[in-house]
Design a protein around this ligand. Structure first.
Ligand code: DOR
Length: 448
């Protein structure tokens, strides 16, 4: 007898690990139950998506959703609303909240705030401090943990571990891949007076390419010493990209849409402090090297580094203005526009946002379109032309650095574990977010 499916996505063009091909997708419960040519007679419900591309759910492995402690900028609910409106099905959220996510209690608190309140699935990084190093092996395995995050250079908040001995101890203790903010703290401190009051363009001079490179070299050396894997977040310089290409045995590499799209000096001329982030936006030559790293396979994942601050906070004169910009909602349209301009293929985009996170973080059952995997899909119209505008932004911060940008390529549907959560710009399902599970934390695989 023919297999039945609760839902069949009919007439899709699938973008997956084995190419781009036309076919149908069967969904039963929360899982993918069939792929290929599926007869309509076997379907409970049929969703006709002819003319649209179906991608495995987009996973944004770097967002800051600010809860607890920074809810005036964002919270888990508002951040996840922005995510699903932008076609993102799962996020990994950062520990520089208040309190910081540096203990089992703080992690459990975030998970309980998030479950069935976030619209997308989620995992939380555990922040490393000098005090919690001995507990990290346990913390990195807890339910809802994406792994360990280390601020090796200081950014928003006061999480920082910059001494070599502690960094080395962290790497020796943990077993999962840890994620690093990589800028050399000593150099940042020494060069504080490079910042010019009221001139945000001096941010890129202060946090210069040398600061990023010195830190990244050190992290790779320590990773080799400990025999551990590192994930270097938001790479921004040509030197780091060339260096990391030689160290793919230990290092995975993230770039952000904003480092790929914006460049100095224009970004500061047009956006002022809105363009201020860490590591900073760089010049055209550095941006070009990121594209080269992307096209030659050095880059593993794209993360948005969604880091919302209010317009009032951003209106403070530099350097009193905070660093960071929202991005979770604009990742997909900004990158699809680059696809349409021939900067990367649709398959490489999926490699960076689904297969890449699946592979480097060892995600259980997400990141591919395959029978038995979670029925998570990002459905996109590659021909839709729209204007990105502040009005569309669901983040509590209410703005985007891409306001006014016309793009070709738009997310039209977000399906998470079989539920249509966003369709044609509307959220049409209740919040049912659940923790992402990881193969390297086997306890997370137990039935709950
Ligand atoms: O610009 C940034 N803002 N970079 C970071 O690493 C942190 C982030 C934030 O939390 O605001």
């Amino acid at each position: 007898m023919e297999q039945r499916h609760d839902v069949v996505l009919k007439g899709a063009t699938l973008v997956n690990h084995d190419g781009i091909w036309d076919g149908d997708i069967g969904i039963t419960g929360s899982k993918i139950s069939g792929l290929g040519d599926i007869s309509v007679a076997s379907a409970g419900e049929i969703i006709d998506i002819a003319g649209l591309y179906v991608l495995p759910g987009i996973i944004d492995s770097q967002v800051h959703f600010r809860e607890p402690g920074g809810e005036h900028k964002e919270d888990l609910e508002s951040g996840s609303r922005a995510a699903v409106l932008g076609g993102v099905t799962a996020v990994f959220e950062m520990p520089n909240t208040n309190p910081t996510t540096t203990s089992a209690d703080a992690l459990a608190d975030k998970v309980s705030r998030a479950e069935d309140r976030m619209f997308c699935d989620f995992a939380f990084y555990v922040g490393a401090t000098r005090e919690n190093i001995d507990e990290l092996p346990e913390l990195e395995r807890l339910r809802g943990a994406a792994g360990v995050k280390v601020f090796a250079g200081s950014s928003t908040g006061d999480l920082l571990v910059d001494d070599e001995e502690s960094l080395s101890r962290i790497l020796t203790k943990i077993s999962r891949r840890a994620a690093f903010h990589s800028e050399d703290e000593t150099r940042l401190r020494e060069r504080m007076d490079v910042r010019r009051e009221g001139d945000p363009s001096s941010h890129s001079e202060w946090r210069d390419p040398t600061a990023a490179m010195q830190s990244t070299e050190r992290l790779v050396r320590l990773a080799h010493g400990a025999g551990k894997r590192i994930h270097v977040l938001h790479i921004s310089t040509a030197e780091e990209m060339a260096f990391l290409a030689k160290h793919k045995d230990v290092a995975s590499v993230e770039v952000t849409p904003q480092h790929l799209t914006l460049s100095t000096p224009e970004a500061y001329e047009v956006l002022g402090t809105k363009a201020q982030m860490n590591p900073p936006i760089r010049d055209v030559q550095n941006r070009q090297s990121l594209w080269q790293g992307l096209s030659t396979g050095v880059v593993d994942v794209l993360g948005s580094d969604h880091a919302p601050h209010t317009l009032e906070e951003k209106a403070e004169p530099y350097p009193h203005s905070p660093s960071g910009m929202p991005g979770v909602q604009t990742l997909v349209p900004v990158m699809l526009d680059h696809v349409n301009r021939g900067k990367l293929s649709l398959q490489r985009f999926v490699d960076l946002t689904s297969h890449g996170p699946h592979r480097i973080f060892g995600i259980a059952g997400k990141g591919r379109i395959a029978v038995g995997f979670d029925a998570d899909f990002t459905i996109v119209d590659l021909n839709a032309e729209r204007d990105i505008s502040d009005d569309w932004i669901a983040s509590r911060s209410g703005w985007t650095p891409f306001d006014g940008r016309r793009v070709k390529g738009w997310p039209v549907g977000t399906i998470i574990r079989g539920h249509r959560v966003m369709w044609e710009g509307e959220i049409i399902a209740p919040a049912r977010g659940k923790p992402v599970r990881f193969l390297e934390a086997p306890a997370q695989l137990r039935a709950t």
